[in-house]
Design a protein around this ligand. Structure first.
Ligand code: FES
Ligand SMILES: [Fe+2]
Length: 361
């Protein structure tokens, strides 16, 4: 069925609309990516360098030396400071220039410092007003050391972050984009089950029960499978798949059962805008520790990695079409678009609120 696309959101041109929500914690890297040497990242079209102070605490600093704009990520960590290795300016972890060759005292220049926090296996950075950077606003995730044995990876996708959000808010695509990978291995038909969507203050909870399903193709035991995930600003995908004895879904009134599942697995992912045309996709996938073994994990990781290469291919191709599509061309919505449209409305509302605050300043 196709619905008429009267929603304002549909008329919105996806890419190049400009603007990012700044007052949010963004995932910049997996924590383990940051070791002894600085790493440079571009987030929201801003260059940021991350390094560790002598006590191991992370620092996030503008990755642009104020002298000739060389990247400080090519610099050298000296205690708590970072030295530009072009002409030698040295900056403290407060961003203040501490030293310049042949000039005493150091010039009154500085670089921007961003609030940064390590949590749930990720390095987060606050891209907005530092006064609003409250680490309590970082949502709960699974982490890498918790109930699930997780493996991590990163992928760059040449597509706008909104196209990735759309993709992750509508898992009906598993039956088509991932027909031979994730769609097949999950042994359920995603596009034939309309999910239950609950709006949360910072995103959505999207839930599907699949009754009388299988844990995997050819598995002899009938099960009820519960797929439940939160999709939260700025683009966090936190999903568990849990398998229960057949009949559990109806017995629990399609709510989440209190008893532990027979087995479960989890996915922890984040979409971070690099530019309006490029996104970085962080993903971790894992199995509940009682069932986790390396062979099982190897198999799941192989399927997930193949599937995300399929996402990358379709998203990059879709971006190219979007780029040459006149802005007045309207998209149509299907019932499966309900979640992605709700998420886009949330994004629009936050962008509008930030624009209003900026205008009032
Ligand atoms: S560009 Fe950094 S010291 Fe010259
Ligand atoms: Fe996908």
């Amino acid at each position: 069925m196709i619905m008429s696309g009267q929603d304002e959101t549909l008329r919105h041109r996806v890419a190049g609309s400009g603007g990012f929500i700044r007052n949010l914690w963004y995932v910049a890297a997996w924590s383990h990516e940051l070791a002894d040497t600085p790493i440079g990242r571009v987030l929201l079209e801003e260059p940021v360098v991350f390094y560790r102070r002598a006590d191991g605490a992370p620092v996030a600093m503008e990755d642009r030396c104020p002298h000739r704009f060389a990247p400080l990520s090519m610099g050298r960590v000296e205690g708590d400071d970072l030295r530009c290795m072009y002409h030698g300016l040295r900056f403290g972890c407060d961003g203040v220039c501490r030293e310049m060759p042949a000039r005493e005292p150091a010039p009154p220049v500085r670089v921007r410092i961003y609030p940064t926090v390590e949590r749930w296996g990720w390095l987060w950075v606050w891209m907005g007003d530092p006064a609003q950077a409250d680490p309590e606003k970082i949502p709960d995730a699974f982490g890498l050391q918790g109930a699930y044995d997780m493996r991590t990876d990163v992928m760059d996708i040449d597509a706008c972050w909104e196209l990735l959000n759309d993709n992750l808010c509508d898992l009906s695509h598993l039956d088509f984009s991932h027909a031979t990978t994730l769609g097949a291995s999950s042994a359920v038909r995603w596009s034939e089950r309309k999910p239950h969507i609950e709006e949360l203050p910072d995103g959505l909870r999207i839930t599907r029960w699949f009754e009388d399903a299988r844990m995997a193709p050819g598995h002899p035991l009938p099960v009820d499978t519960l797929s439940s995930y939160r999709y939260l600003l700025p683009g966090l995908f936190l999903m568990s798949m849990a398998w229960y004895p057949a009949g559990t879904a109806a017995r629990c009134g399609y709510a989440e059962p209190v008893e532990p599942p027979l087995s479960s697995r989890a996915d922890q992912q984040a979409v971070t805008p690099v530019t309006s045309r490029r996104s970085r996709y962080f993903f971790a996938t894992g199995v509940a520790r009682p069932q986790a073994n390396q062979r099982l994990l190897d198999g799941i990781v192989a399927v997930v990695t193949a599937a995300f290469a399929e996402d990358k291919a379709i998203l990059e191709a879709q971006q190219k079409i979007v780029d040459i599509t006149p802005p007045e061309r309207q998209r149509f919505a299907t019932p499966h678009d309900a979640a992605l449209l709700a998420f886009r409305r949330l994004v629009r509302a936050r962008l509008a609120a930030e624009a209003e605050t900026d205008a009032a300043r």
